[in-house]
Design a binder for this molecule. Structure first.
Ligand code: NAP
Length: 279
């Protein structure tokens, strides 16, 4: 759809932000739905997050995606926060509800939706092990518990960060060790081990030989599409997925917050896959 006087804006704010794949995903969604919107990347310097919210208020934008370093600062200037944004103290999406600007964190919700969409897996009653305890791990830990996983065990190099992440799962959460992998129904890699173009590109965060025959593995990395962990998982014949599903579905939740229209998941996934293969 051509940009016109009627076109409404959505944007991702961050620093840096010019590498972001979010414009590809959301513009594909606007296009597929025939919505008169456009999504751009806006570099916003640290300390300027409040001006982005003021601009959204003045210019009636659809909303914002929020990336580093603004996820906490934005949480402080929204009119209201969702439960996940409050628990994680991090906002990755801002949207209008009535005349209020609400901050949400859609990563965990996106993870759960992506797991179900890709693999048909629902986590209720499952024993889950999350390897890693950073921002992505915390969102996943919280959403696993909110989706009624039986146990959410966090295994991480730094024990203090593991404990902080496990707290987000309430009674279902605890810190674990690699010995817990043996009884896991679902294992999530939330470390960068296996990510392309890093020092850890050829590594694996866990030994798949420890896993049971029914374990499902979700690697949050999406570049490369198949990490060394996922190669090993495939060779063992286990169900698995990479991080593309979470990336698409956290955007799906954002798009639906802004437009209140069902997101065109396949168009968004196709646009993202194409952008990743041409990188
Ligand atoms: P982060 O906040 O920097 O956390 C990284 C975690 O990995 C920390 O717990 C860290 O352990 C652990 N770690 C890092 N290097 C390690 C190593 N060499 N050995 C053992 N543990 C190590 O990062 P993040 O934002 O949570 O991202 C984590 C991963 O998720 C990245 O691969 C990222 O690309 C991916 N991700 C995917 C999506 C998606 O939509 N698919 C979204 C967000 C993130 P310590 O605490 O001990 O330092």
């Amino acid at each position: 759809m051509a940009i016109a006087a009627s076109t409404r804006l959505a944007a991702v704010i961050g620093d840096p932000v010019r590498h972001s794949l979010s414009p590809v995903i959301h513009n594909a969604a606007f296009e597929a739905c025939g919505i008169d919107g456009v999504y751009v990347a806006l570099p916003v310097k640290p300390g300027d997050a409040a001006s982005a919210i003021a601009a959204m208020r003045s210019f009636d934008w659809y909303g914002l995606s929020v990336t580093m370093p603004h996820k906490q600062a934005i949480a402080e200037v929204c009119d209201d926060l969702t439960e996940s944004a409050r628990a994680l103290d991090a906002v990755n999406c801002v949207f209008w509800r009535d005349d209020k600007i609400v901050g949400d964190n859609t990563d965990g919700h996106g993870f759960i939706r992506g797991l179900h969409a890709d693999l048909g897996v629902t986590v209720e009653g499952m024993n889950c092990v999350v390897v890693g305890a950073g921002g992505a791990a915390k969102a996943v830990v919280r959403s696993l518990a909110a989706s009624e996983a039986a146990q959410v065990i966090v295994v991480n190099r730094n024990p203090d960060r593991a404990a902080a992440a496990a707290l987000l799962a309430g009674d279902a959460g605890r810190v674990g060790t690699s010995a817990d992998l043996e009884h896991a129904d679902l294992v999530v890699n939330a470390t960068p081990i296996g990510m392309a173009d890093t020092d850890h590109a050829t590594g694996t965060p866990l030994d798949v030989a420890c896993l049971s025959d029914h374990a499902v593995v979700s690697d949050l990395i999406y570049h490369p599409a198949e990490t060394p962990l996922l190669v090993a998982t495939r060779e063992r014949g286990l169900q698995s997925q990479n991080g593309l599903a979470m990336l698409v579905h956290q955007a799906v939740v954002q798009f639906e917050h802004w437009t209140r229209v069902e997101a065109p998941v396949e168009a968004m996934r196709a646009a993202l896959s194409l952008a990743l293969t041409s990188r």
